[in-house]
Design a protein around this ligand. Structure first.
Ligand code: PMP
Length: 453
């Protein structure tokens, strides 16, 4: 970055010209200059292993040459054009994307961000069902449009302003921190292929599902649920996995009442969980609506809502328009991402390296009491830091920050999240190697020793 602005100069501009709500990571902010594959470089040329990849956004690697090529070629041919015209890319891409989805989820509406996708899906669900109530999980994150904030459930993101009506939450089926679950359904430290280790029926899953039924009985007019909303694994919420069968039981209840099931695949889609292309597949259900963003465009502003032709029809009750959604450039990016995931076997890599990473982290957990839980699937991993593994009390914020900033000093970027902000979130580009996993485990081990010293 020769001749570029210094960090102090950037800080000054930021203070004056950027909205102060845009908070940054780290006490000494990281000023980035370049990205390449799984690495980031700061303005001083330091290289970092990016195990957070722009919050699951960079799926196939920073600055992938095939994406650069696709964008360049498309910009030279036909750049932005409104969807009031035909252009070939949106047709090619919608078909390609629909081919990755099961059953009748064949009808796509392209938008530009995850929040926008959930906002549109909300309209679709209400327009199609003629019902109003939306139930999501405590501890969920679905975005930041004014409507969608009603589904997001963490007071860190709540403004003291009147919100939309018709949103309610049900108890988060969290088997680590919640009141049901615990070691009964977590007898193995790592869940590589299941959400829960219970043999046979999982009592915790049944209990949490009962909470949902109570919610419907007490809080919502009879049979008025328009949709239930859930991520397949909670992302911002701290990589929370649900007990066995919970999603399936809730799904059946919702369908019985004439509601829709919406899967928010913004973080869990596009092969990240390894075993499946879509996260919801691990729960054995086919949602009515799937929302997707982040990994879909490898960082390019691209998102989508997929649904059945019948539900999509609900949106024709009035005119719906989106200027940038489905423009040829973003569609060219989306096609390139699908090609790269397939050609470079990135879903398979997520499974292989992700499982390896989870197992290595589990070894750390057995050695360091600060590591209360290691969980996840594929390359969607969470490490919960606690002050005491027995009580599972979250690590205090100050010590957590020391741990986390130490990782950055060792040139490892990991995210943070969870209700108490004490979960390390590991969601790297899906091209990482076992050596990168080893480096990550090594740095986390040193960090555990550092805070204990
Ligand atoms: N859903 C989930 C599960 C997310 O993690 C996010 C972003 N963190 C969103 C929706 C919102 O996406 P965006 O920031 O692109 O609006």
């Amino acid at each position: 970055n020769p001749g570029g602005p210094t960090i102090d100069q950037l800080a000054k501009i930021r203070k004056t010209h950027l909205n102060p709500a845009l908070t940054t990571y780290y006490s000494k902010p990281l000023a980035l200059h370049q990205g390449h594959k799984q690495w980031l470089f700061d303005i001083n040329g330091n290289r970092y292993l990016d195990m957070f990849a722009g919050i699951c956004t960079v799926s196939v690697g920073h600055c992938h040459p095939r994406i650069t090529e696709a964008v360049t070629q498309q910009m030279q041919t036909l750049g932005h054009v409104s969807n009031v015209y035909y252009h070939s890319k949106i047709h090619e891409y919608s078909k390609r994307l629909a081919d990755t989805l099961p059953a009748n989820l064949k009808c796509i509406y392209f938008v530009n961000s995850g929040s926008e996708a959930n906002d549109l899906a909300l309209l679709m669900a209400r327009a199609y069902t003629g019902k109003f109530d939306i139930v999501s999980l405590n501890n969920s994150y679905h975005g930041m449009t004014y409507q969608v904030m009603g589904m997001t459930s963490n007071n860190y993101y709540k403004y003291p302003v009147p919100g939309g009506a018709g949103f309610s939450k049900t108890m988060n089926p969290d088997i680590y921190s919640g009141i049901w679950g615990g070691n009964k359904c977590r007898d193995s430290p790592v869940q590589t292929d299941r959400t829960c280790n219970c043999v046979g029926e999982c009592a915790a899953g049944l209990e949490y599902a009962k909470q949902f039924e109570n919610k419907l009985n007490y809080d919502i007019p009879k049979n008025n649920i328009a949709a239930f909303w859930a991520e397949s694994i909670q992302g911002v919420g701290g990589t929370v996995q649900y007990p066995k069968n919970y999603i399936k039981i809730v799904y059946d209840i919702v369908k019985k009442q004439g509601g829709l099931f919406v899967a928010d695949e913004v973080q869990t889609g596009f092969g990240r969980t390894g075993e499946h292309f879509w996260g919801f597949e691990m729960h054995g259900i086919v949602p009515d609506i799937v929302t997707m963003a982040k990994g879909i465009g490898n960082g390019f502003p691209l998102a989508a809502v997929a649904t059945t032709p019948e539900i999509a029809q609900g949106l024709t009750k009035a005119a719906h328009f989106n200027t940038y959604g489905g423009n040829p450039i973003s569609c060219a990016v989306g096609i390139a991402v699908l090609d790269i995931i397939k050609d470079e076997k990135l879903q398979e890599n997520s499974k292989e390296v992700g499982t390896y990473l989870l197992l290595e982290l589990a070894k750390l957990k057995s050695q360091y009491p600060v590591i209360g839980d290691v969980r996840g699937k594929g390359l969607m991993v969470g490490v919960e830091l606690v002050s005491d593994p027995e009580s599972r009390k979250p690590l205090d914020a100050h010590t957590f920050m020391r741990f986390w900033e130490y990782c950055r000093d060792q040139r490892l970027i990991v995210g943070k999240g969870g209700l108490h902000g004490n979960v390390l979130r590991i969601k790297p580009p899906m091209c990482i190697t076992k050596e990168d996993a080893d480096f990550t485990v090594d740095v986390l081990e040193k960090a555990a020793q550092y805070i204990a010293s």
